[in-house]
Structure formats: structure tokens, C-alpha cells
Design a protein around this ligand. Structure first.
Ligand code: HEM
Length: 441
């Protein structure tokens, strides 16, 4: 939780402290070839493959989100019945990620809506994928905790769940290769590249279709997509859940946010007013999300492994402020959850939800000070900064705006004074989840 050490691990000595070794073993077999488990040249290759895709993703993203959020709002009871919003947000994040990556949503929100209405759901692969994917994530964390003995832990449940996930993802990969791979492109080469499909509408941006232009290696594509689904779904859903968890406990912040949202986007849904740019420009909304990520970062701790004998700037000597020797092969963990709550840096109210603190903190972050840039790291920092940051902030902001436009107010639906945290591959609310009572206008 020392900013100088964090900077040293994630930036100054980036090439010495490797991300792969602690993850590669346990996650091999699920994400064999993926940015998350690679270092060096292979990591650079993955990073170069992904970055351009994320720079363009927001183009189509809000269209997907609009459809999914419309269904979400129909699912949430508006009569003050307490429900766990985290479960609903997990559905939203899965649907929006699959719509963007595959061009076809898993339909998890529609599935929930159909069940609530007593109808028969008709998204056969979505429900199967969602439950197999959850099993994989939960069991892989156990595998991760086995560290060097991870190979001992390989239950049949995990083998079956992986098979289910791979089958579904591979189907989409083969379909994308057939439609947009090298052979398909060669066949179309004589025709001009038009931005419209047969119906004349603007072509929707689909991640997998872009990826197959760079590679048709099924294992690489599968690792990339599954890795992105792990990285994207949980953190987005859980950030949303924690944000509402905080807002119902801090009604003044909720009221202030409502005013800002109405000012920026109106009190009723008007699609022309909610854009990538307008979401970014709503300062208080951004501070609310930043503050929620400060108290509850989705990646609360992480590890790197020293690739040679090295040191950390702080930790040695009688007062812990001298350098400390780190032998080759040692795992070094850094803990944003603890760093984000340092009283000496964030002040005596560090454990409180106070979005206004970002008025000054965001300036420090922009200046790159150790306190700002290297203490507050929900999206990591340095060369391995999260590539999905903009996508996440857009999606989280969008859903919050729509929820506030649709409902009059939100109240706490759970009265335990203890917050239970749940740790799968990322941190969420445990116990009863994010229990919130929503009141329709
Ligand atoms: C609130 C949402 C999110 C949070 C808090 C978050 C946080 C993080 C963190 C802390 C890391 C660093 C992990 C490490 O180095 O070990 C990371 C990396 C990454 N994230 Fe995110 N993430 C979020 C959403 C997303 C989304 C939506 C995507 C894509 C769909 C994504 C894609 C990635 C990728 C590809 C990396 C690896 C970057 C690299 O190693 O170069 N993330 N994220």
C-alpha cells in the first residue's frame, strides 16, 4: 500500500515484476493465450491487438446498452420491494459484453424478464453460458489459491463447465472466421468495402469480427474473448452494485447525483442527450463512480513475481523506509483495497463515501503525483493499465443515468451494519448482495 513501491512494481521496474507467473499456471486451460497471463513480447502482441478495438468500441456500445437497459428497468420492481441489484447488473454486463464481442447478446436480462412474467425464456445458449461461466470463475479462484499445487485441483465440475463455455465461444469464433476471415475477405476483395449491410443500415461494430482480421488461431481468439469476458463482466456489474450500495447509504450524495443527472440528461430518457461525450462531461457522476471504486475496487489485490534479484524502495530498515531486498521468484502483492483507505493520504474520512474528494484528487491524478496516480489505482497503472477503462466508465455511467431517470428514489433494502464482501476472480458484495428498494416515479 506504499505508493512508491506500487510505482516501482507497476512502472519503474515493470520488466522485472512479471504478471504472468502467478496466474499462468492456475488459469491455463481456461485462458491459455491471453493478455492477462503473458509478459514480454507476447504481452506486447496482445496489447497491440486489443488497444485499437477499445478505442473504437464506444461507437456501437450505447445502442446495445439501450436495448439491454430497457429490459433491465422492466425487471426491477418499482414498488419498493427489496431486490439484489448485483444479480441484475451481472446479467446486464454479460449481455452487453456478448453483444459487443459476438454480435449476439446472451439474453440474460430477457431470460430474467421472461421468468418474472411467467413466460418461457428463449435464449438457449445464454443461460447455459452464464451458469457454466460462473462455475469456472468460482472454481478457478480456488485453483489460484493452490498456487504451485494448482494442478492437484481439477474437479469434474470445472472440466464440464469449461467444455460448455468453450463450445459456445468456439461456435461464435468459427462463425466470425467464416464471415470475416481471410478466405471470406479474399472472396469479397473485388467488391468495394461498404459500411452498410444488405438492409442498408450502418454496420454494427462486433469485436470478434475485427479480431479475426488479425488472427484465425482459434485458441488465441478463445483465450482473448474468455479473458475479456472475465475482465469485463464482473468488474462492471460489481462497480454498479457497489455504487448503489453506497448511494442508498448516503442519501445526500444520491440527491446531489439526481440533480446533476437531470441537469445534464433531463429527467426523462432522451437518447440524443446520452452520448459518450455527455456521460464523460457529467463530473459528479464520474466522482460517484470513482469514489465507489476507491472504497470497493473490483481488483482489491494483485500479485507480481520478481524475474531476478531486485529490491523495493520501501520496506527495509528499522522504520521500513529503506529499500528491501526481493529475491528472484518472490511473489509481491500490492493491495489497492488497503491503499485506497489510507487515512494519512485520503484523510480521516477515508472510510466514508464522499465523492467530492475527487475534486482535488483528480487534479493530483492528472499531475501524476505519487499520492494521486500511484495510490488510487482501481484500473491499475503503468503499461498494464486496464484497456477497458473507458468502456467500463461509459457503461456504468449509462446504466446509472437510466436508473435515475426511471426511478424516483432508491433506499437501502438491507439493515445489517456489516458489509459482506465476496471474492471470486473479482470483488463483489457477498451475503445478500446489493439489496435496494426502488420506487417508480
Ligand atoms: C469497472 C470495471 C473494471 C475494472 C475496475 C478493471 C480493472 C482492471 C485492473 C485492476 C487491471 C490490471 C490487472 C493486472 O494487471 O493484473 C485490468 C486489466 C485489464 N482489463 Fe480491466 N477492469 C474493468 C473493466 C474491464 C473491461 C470492461 C474490459 C474489457 C472488456 C477490461 C479489460 C482489461 C484488460 C484486457 C486488461 C489487461 C491489461 C494488460 O495486462 O495489459 N477491463 N483491469
Amino acid at each position: 500500500m506504499d505508493p512508491l513501491n506500487t510505482k516501482h512494481i507497476l512502472y519503474t521496474q515493470f520488466d522485472t515484476f512479471l504478471a504472468g507467473p502467478s496466474k499462468k499456471g492456475p488459469f491455463t486451460g481456461f485462458v491459455n493465450d491471453s493478455i492477462f497471463v503473458e509478459d514480454g513480447e507476447r504481452w506486447s502482441f496482445h496489447r497491440a491487438l486489443l488497444r485499437p478495438q477499445f478505442a473504437r468500441q464506444h461507437i456501437a456500445h450505447l445502442d446495445n446498452l439501450e436495448v439491454i437497459t430497457n429490459d433491465l428497468l422492466k425487471c426491477i420492481p418499482g414498488d419498493g420491494t427489496s431486490v439484489d441489484l448485483q444479480q441484475y447488473f451481472l446479467d446486464v454486463a454479460l449481455d452487453s459484453a456478448t453483444a459487443l464481442f459476438f454480435g449476439e447478446s446472451a439474453g440474460a436480462v430477457q431470460h430474467r424478464l421472461a421468468l418474472l412474467r411467467g413466460e418461457t425464456p428463449d435464449h438457449p445458449w445464454g443461460a447455459k453460458f452464464s451458469s457454466a461461466f460462473d462455475i469456472c470463475q468460482a472454481l478457478l479462484l480456488i485453483k489460484f489459491f493452490y498456487r504451485n499445487f494448482h494442478a492437484w485441483y481439477n474437479p469434474q465440475e470445472l472440466i464440464d463447465a469449461k467444455k460448455e463455455c468453450f463450445g459456445i465461444v468456439d461456435n461464435f469464433i468459427h462463425k466470425a472466421i467464416r464471415k470475416h476471415g481471410k478466405a471470406a475477405r479474399a472472396a469479397k476483395a473485388s467488391k468495394p468495402d461498404v459500411e452498410a449491410d444488405e438492409t442498408g443500415s450502418k454496420r454494427r461494430y462486433i469485436f470478434l469480427e475485427e479480431l479475426v482480421k488479425y488472427s484465425e488461431d482459434v485458441e488465441l481468439l478463445r483465450g482473448t474473448i474468455i479473458g475479456l469476458l472475465v475482465a469485463g463482466r464482473g468488474p462492471i456489474a460489481k462497480t454498479l452494485a457497489f455504487t448503489f450500495h453506497c448511494l442508498v447509504r448516503y442519501p445526500e450524495a444520491q440527491e446531489k447525483l439526481r440533480k446533476e443527472i437531470y441537469e445534464h440528461f433531463g429527467s426523462e430518457f432522451d437518447r440524443s442527450r446520452i452520448t459518450f461525450e455527455s456521460l464523460k462531461a457529467c463530473k459528479y457522476l464520474r466522482w460517484v463512480i470513482d469514489e465507489s471504486l476507491r472504497l470497493y475496487p473490483s481488483v482489491p489485490f494483485d500479485a507480481r513475481t520478481a524475474s531476478k534479484d531486485t529490491y523495493l524502495p520501501h520496506g527495509g530498515g528499522p522504520d521500513g523506509m529503506s529499500p528491501i531486498f526481493i529475491p528472484k521468484g518472490s511473489a509481491v502483492e500490492y493491495v489497492p483495497y488497503a491503499a485506497h483507505r489510507r487515512l494519512d493520504i485520503f484523510g480521516p474520512d477515508a472510510n466514508w463515501f464522499r465523492p467530492e474528494r475527487f475534486e482535488t484528487l483528480s487534479q493530483e491524478m492528472a499531475r501524476g503525483t505519487e499520492h494521486g496516480a500511484w495510490t488510487y489505482i482501481p484500473f491499475n497503472a503503468g503499461p498494464r493499465t486496464c484497456v477497458g477503462q473507458q468502456m467500463s466508465l461509459t457503461e456504468v455511467s449509462y446504466v446509472i443515468v437510466r436508473m435515475f431517470q426511471h426511478f424516483e428514489k432508491f433506499e437501502n433494502g438491507e439493515f445489517s451494519q456489516f458489509v459482506k464482501l465476496d471474492m471470486s476472480l473479482n470483488m463483489g458484495l457477498g451475503g445478500q448482495g446489493a439489496r435496494v428498494r426502488s420506487f417508480a416515479k
